[in-house]
Write a protein that binds this ligand. Structure first.
Ligand code: TYD
Ligand code: MG
Length: 455
């Protein structure tokens, strides 16, 4: 029998290598490769051909399948991100920076599910049960029927869950779990991968919903992350800026519902409070019209969200002017600056540019392009845009404005929050219901000419 070969695994992307090196060739990350024992020897390749497998029953695609029954927690923001509630026999990964509030969120969710009649087990590998209880007291959940355990041995945990047969099991966190069959430290790629595999197969086999907490490294990845993301049905990220009290739960993958759905929470002294109307929250501290501030009518999943985009442009003393972005993609900012220069003749050379999405929200929609361009221009020209208007539209490299989806929903949200005008690409489906007056724009030069009187 061939002797098991040790392998070298990248903790950032999960790629395996034959020998150690300082840099992972797969993802380019430095100092992330560590030696680990192979998962298991398994049957040799030759054995597969010789020994016949069991014949599997095939079923017809055309068979009607009922939608999965869902269990709602009563925490509307949480249920929404799950796609309308928790699906039985599913595995969900909740990732986020350490200290962002994952344990708080899941303890509150656990209590809500328990209140709604579910049997919930919460296993903490990071805190003692007394600590979890103290937190529950602080959150006003001390009398909830959640069952607690502080344990990291996955074999014991699975045996217990098998016997208890709960509806929902929460494992906080996957990085602390260890399997005695794997010769690697807890938190290593092999352990995380094997533990997540055991837990997801357990979820399917026993019809238990399993939620795994996963810490994200500073590069924004869960240790051994890619592998875990593939295994689970749903991946949620809990994000937010530490200085802000807002927290956003975002679904980045969902086998049972739409991805990119968000739930908005506010971290208070007594835990996380749901925010039913995020637009009002993100716009709440607006005062007098200011140059560089623009309201973008965005969509987060199926939900319209209005958010202020702020830009600051100042003469630079550096040979290479600063380009700083919070809440948006830096590459996309460079693109907008290039399009402004090439198509509208407006140069930002010699100027520092700062761009910020207010409230700690992170936007990835291309529909924000025009609002970003408007904020940059408004800051550069020192001209405030009218307070009663919203902007959205995608910019192409040619300077043309592309229509964006869900224009009608964006306008309706704007109307709801008291906005009366909008600037948008020509050719969107605006509908008539909103009552917002839309100024349609075909391209960037026209936008610059009409709004800023320059070109
Ligand atoms: P926690 O849920 O422990 O984070 P994670 O599990 O993601 O590491 O949250 C820790 C932070 O949340 C901590 O800095 C304090 C803050 N917090 C509050 O502001 N209010 C509260 O009621 C609770 C329980 C925590
Ligand atoms: Mg925690």
């Amino acid at each position: 029998m061939a002797k098991p070969v040790t392998q070298f695994i990248c903790s950032a992307c999960g790629a395996t290598h034959k020998k150690w090196s300082g840099r992972c060739e797969a993802c380019g990350e430095w100092n992330c490769i560590s030696e680990e024992a192979p998962l298991s020897a398994g049957p040799g390749k030759a054995a597969l051909g010789a020994a016949k497998g069991r014949r599997i029953g095939l079923s017809d695609l055309r068979t009607q399948e009922n939608p999965p029954p869902r269990r709602t927690s009563g925490m509307a923001e949480f249920d929404r991100v799950l796609g309308g509630g928790l699906v039985p026999a599913s595995a969900t990964l909740v990732g986020g920076d350490p200290g962002i509030g994952k344990s708080t969120l899941l303890l509150q969710a656990a209590a809500s599910f328990a209140r709604a009649g579910a049997k919930v087990v919460y296993v903490s590998g990071e805190e003692a049960t007394a600590q979890v209880r103290m937190r529950a007291q602080r959150l006003g959940l001390a009398d909830s029927a959640v069952m607690l355990a502080a344990e990291t041995n996955l074999r014991d945990i699975l045996t217990t869950l098998e016997a208890e047969a709960p509806d929902l099991a929460i494992i906080d966190s996957i990085q602390t779990m260890w399997l005695d069959t794997v010769e690697a430290a807890p938190g290593s790629v092999s352990q995380v991968r094997a533990s997540a595999h055991e837990l997801t197969t357990f979820a399917k086999r026993r019809g238990v919903s399993v939620m795994l907490v996963g810490h994200v490294t500073k590069e924004g990845q869960i240790a051994g992350p890619r592998v875990v993301e593939h295994m689970v049905d749903t991946v949620l990220y809990f994000e937010g800026e530490r200085g802000h009290q807002f927290r956003i739960l975002r679904s980045v993958k969902n086998r049972f519902g739409p991805a990119d759905e968000i739930g908005v929470f506010e971290m208070t002294g007594a835990g996380l409070a749901e925010v039913a109307n995020p637009s009002a929250l993100f716009l709440s501290d607006r005062d007098a019209p200011a140059p560089g501030a623009v309201v973008f009518a965005g969509m987060e999943g199926t939900r319209p969200v209005l958010v202020e985009i702020q830009a600051l442009v100042a003469p630079s003393s550096l040979s290479q002017p600063r380009r700083a972005v919070v809440g948006w993609d830096g590459g996309r900012l460079s693109m907008i600056l290039a399009v402004l220069e090439a198509r509208a003749g407006i140069s930002f050379a010699g100027l520092d540019v700062y761009l910020n999405i207010a409230g700690g929200l992170r936007i990835s929609e291309p529909a924000a392009d025009l609002a970003v361009a408007a904020a940059l221009l408004s800051a550069r020209e020192d001209t405030a845009l009218p307070r009663d208007g919203v902007i959205f539209g995608e910019l192409s490299l040619s300077g043309a404005l592309r229509p964006v989806a869900q224009a009608e929903n964006r306008l309706k949200e704007a109307a709801k929050l008291g906005f009366s005008t909008a600037i948008a690409p020509a050719g969107c489906k605006f509908g008539a219901a909103s009552g917002v007056k839309v100024q349609e724009m075909a391209d960037l030069p026209r936008f610059v000419g009409e709004i800023f009187g320059a070109g």
